[in-house]
Design a protein around this ligand. Structure first.
Ligand code: ADP
Ligand code: MG
Length: 728
């Protein structure tokens, strides 16, 4: 009997993991950014005036001058060709969550015989891909398919290698011919402008010198790596990136022997290649290690300006997939590939930085003046409290829902952890009555008896790993973001909420302070109001506990287990106001539509995949097992006659038969429920899948897993958990 599983197992066991690499050839510091059209390359290749213009554009201070577009394009092409590039593309991020690219060759035909390589300023600055198949959420009907991509000079141009193809990639924004925003980058860039304006107001008042402020981001990326041959035998991994069935192996993650454990040779070869490619692309990867679940790992870069960090994260995810294939591995970025094993997240570490290098959330950066820290902290807490449902929506995907609320991931309830000292500080602001005096010129010592800086060092804030949004000494760590998601929307929402909240607080402060020097006793009463209003979102305890769920309910904090129920927050008057100047009401509505559609589609695919698996793999194997047993009982009976006591075997056969029948029944109900759901509009479809079809998929899974445990190993066709997780 041929079982493809054994062939895949043999293939995976025979992989050549001899370490061929001549490590000497790659010197990180020399190779860093060599595939990026970066400042040092531009400085060497472009005339001074043009270089100055492009640097100003990169920093968002100027537009690229029209007359410079051609010479820039020419130089860019020269550089790209010297790197082996034959094509160029506008690289952009439509609302699919992934990056998009359409390659055009540099070649132009002068006549039938004459071919030259050309790249003009016009081609650099604007592209016009056929936009009809990108999601627009009803913003643009198909016959009006015109969509434009426009070069975003704030992100560095790079050269991407895939297979034998080398392509010049021009990071771009994407919009329709009516000007409607069709990507996730434009809102981010606009949110950064808002955070800049609001922060500069604050810094002007507190006297911290800076020309601009931007959000910074460091993304810790978790992922699984398994053997490619085994993955290819699992339709669920191929179609969804997650196993929809699979019995628990004898050993789970209870030994906790994987976290920070020795990285195996084969994985390290893969990681090393990823690092090489990433460094060449200017992605500052710094950390690599094993994560909690077997076959789970993490990469973390050094933080950068948020928009660059996000581009880099999207490139990194692509690299992980691509390099894994080259190593005959498969990288799973899904938030919950394996039931009962830790899922993967993408911790988004967020802060604000000035162009002069001050981290506004690090009180030790400005020891002489920490008033801005106190105001900013209050603004963050208040902003997140006010828009917590929107923040929940920003990380809400059908795939991330499998992970949230598990006992290893942040719950679906958004709360903030500040650490003991800051808690105490905000509590004191709240409880002190009457005037509060600041004294001393150097450090700001409040009469609250507390000192915000510089004693408050990073190490003083202890870690609460269960919190979805935790202050970690000099930044906030948003842990609820899914491993597969682009950080674009969550970071945009954080920027916007903090900017709005800061502006609100600054309006009040400026009324009291006027143009004069701020006095702490004037400011504290204002902050107190905001601290009180947002108090409910602060939580120091165990976010995984059942007590917290009850406590959060008392505090009236939303607990939205299914993301679909958070999406409506995109349509609320508060959100429309928050997004003023960033996205219009219609653009928000379109995003709402797209989120609902994606959510519904994923659940619909889930149902189809488990049905297919049951019908074409589990059931046939179960029927074979049933036949084997029945035959064995009959032949034994024949051989031994009355002397045979076959009670137990018969019971086994009866149980198996019942289990098979149960599976068939559930499968039929899923079929009818999900086909009914698929006929509904997106929101109703998503809800029907969530409440009706999906719970049955979980029941069918139990049946399948039970069958896997009793069916002859030689018959079972699907790679088992122990094979997927432990055999690389
Ligand atoms: P961990 O949370 O695992 O202890 P680290 O403290 O080393 O890890 O930092 C995690 C991530 O936070 C890294 O990507 C790091 O670059 C990033 N980070 C550090 N400082 C900032 C900052 N000011 N803004 C944004 N991200 C930051
Ligand atoms: Mg972390």
């Amino acid at each position: 009997m041929y079982n493809p599983r054994f062939r895949a197992l043999a293939t995976s066991g025979e992989r050549d993991i001899s370490i061929k690499k001549d490590v000497e050839t790659f010197i990180s510091s020399e190779c860093f950014g060599r595939r990026v059209f970066n400042r040092s390359t531009m400085k060497k290749m472009l005339p001074k005036k043009i270089y100055a213009n492009i640097v100003a554009a990169m920093e968002g201070r100027e537009k690229i001058k029209e007359e410079y577009a051609d010479p820039i394009a020419l130089t860019m092409k020269e550089w790209a060709v010297s790197q082996g590039a034959t094509h160029y593309c506008h690289w952009f991020q439509p609302l699919t969550g992934a990056a998009a690219e359409k390659h055009d060759s540099f070649i132009e035909w002068e006549s039938n015989d004459d071919v030259i390589e050309k790249f003009s300023g016009k081609q650099l600055i604007q592209g016009e891909p056929d936009a009809s198949s990108f999601p627009s959420g009803g913003l643009r009907t198909t016959f009006e398919a015109r969509g434009y991509t426009g070069w975003d000079p704030t992100s560095p141009v790079f050269v991407w290698k895939a297979g034998d193809g080398i392509t010049l990639c021009i990071p771009s924004v994407f919009f329709s011919w009516t000007g409607a925003v069709l990507d996730s980058k434009i809102p981010l860039l606009r949110s950064d402008k808002k955070i800049n304006d609001a922060s500069l107001r604050l810094l002007n008042m507190t006297g911290v010198k800076a020309n601009s402020v931007f959000s910074t981001l460091g993304t810790e990326q978790e992922y699984f790596v398994i053997d490619r041959a085994l993955r290819n035998l699992r339709p669920d991994l191929v179609m969804l990136g997650r196993t929809v069935i699979g019995a628990a192996p004898a050993k789970g993650q209870e030994m906790q022997d994987h976290y920070f454990g020795t990285v195996k040779d084969r994985i390290l070869c893969f990681m090393h290649d990823v690092e090489e490619r990433a460094l060449e692309l200017g992605i500052p990867l710094k950390t690599r290690h094993n994560e909690v679940a077997p076959a789970q790992h993490e990469f973390a870069p050094v933080f950068e300006k948020a928009s660059t960090a996000i581009d880099h994260n999207i490139l990194l995810m692509e690299l992980l997939r691509q390099v894994a294939l080259q190593h005959n591995l498969s990288c799973l970025l899904h938030e919950k590939p394996f039931h009962n094993f830790n899922g993967s997240g993408k911790h988004c570490n967020w802060s604000l930085s000035t162009d002069t290098g001050i981290n506004l959330l690090n009180p030790t950066d400005t020891p002489e003046n920490d008033l801005h820290f106190l105001i900013l902290l209050t603004a963050v807490v208040h902003g997140i409290h006010k828009h917590s449902t929107l923040l929940r929506a920003s990380i809400g995907t059908a795939t991330n829902d499998f992970r949230l609320g598990g006992h290893e991931a942040p719950p679906a309830i958004i709360s903030i952890y500040l650490g003991e000292e800051l808690e105490e500080l905000l509590n004191s602001i709240e409880s002190v009555t009457g005037p509060v005096k600041g004294k001393g010129k150097g450090k700001c010592v409040y009469d609250l008896g507390l000192n915000v800086s510089p004693e408050l060092s990073q190490d003083n804030t202890d870690r609460n790993r269960t919190s979805p949004f935790a202050f970690t000494g000099n930044k906030f760590e948003f842990r609820a973001v899914g491993s597969m998601s682009s950080p674009m929307m969550p970071v945009t929402v954080i920027n916007l909420t903090v900017a709005e909240s800061l502006n609100e607080i600054m309006d009040e402060i400026e009324q009291v302070v006027g143009g004069g020097k701020p006095k702490i006793e004037d400011i504290i009463p204002i902050l107190r109001k905001y601290v009180l209003k947002s108090k409910n979102i602060r939580f120091e305890g165990d976010n995984y506990s059942a007590d917290w769920v009850r406590e959060a309910e008392k505090r009236r904090l939303p607990n939205i287990e299914k993301s679909i129920y958070s999406y409506r927050s995109l349509l609320s008057p508060e959100t429309i106001k928050l997004y003023k100047g960033v996205l219009t009401k219609e653009e928000l509505e379109s995003r709402y539509e797209i989120l609902c559609e994606n959510y519904a589609n994923i659940l619909s695919i889930e149902a189809k995949v488990i049905i297919e698996l049951f019908e074409t793999q589990v059931l046939p194997a179960a029927l074979k097992q049933q036949k084997l047993l029945a035959k064995s009982i009959l032949t034994t009976q024949e051989a031994l006659g009355d002397k045979a006591d076959l009670t137990e075997q018969k019971k086994f056969l009866k149980d198996l038969t019942e289990l098979i029948a149960k599976g068939i029944t559930i499968k039929e109900v899923i079929k009818s429920k999900s086909s009914h759901a698929d006929g509904l509009d997106n929101v109703a479809k998503a809800e029907a899948h969530c409440t009706e079809a999906f719970p049955l998929c979980s029941e069918l899974r139990e049946v399948c897993d039970r069958l896997e445990q009793v069916i002859d190993n030689a018959i079972w066709p699907l790679p088992k958990y122990r094979e997927l997780l432990y055999m690389v």
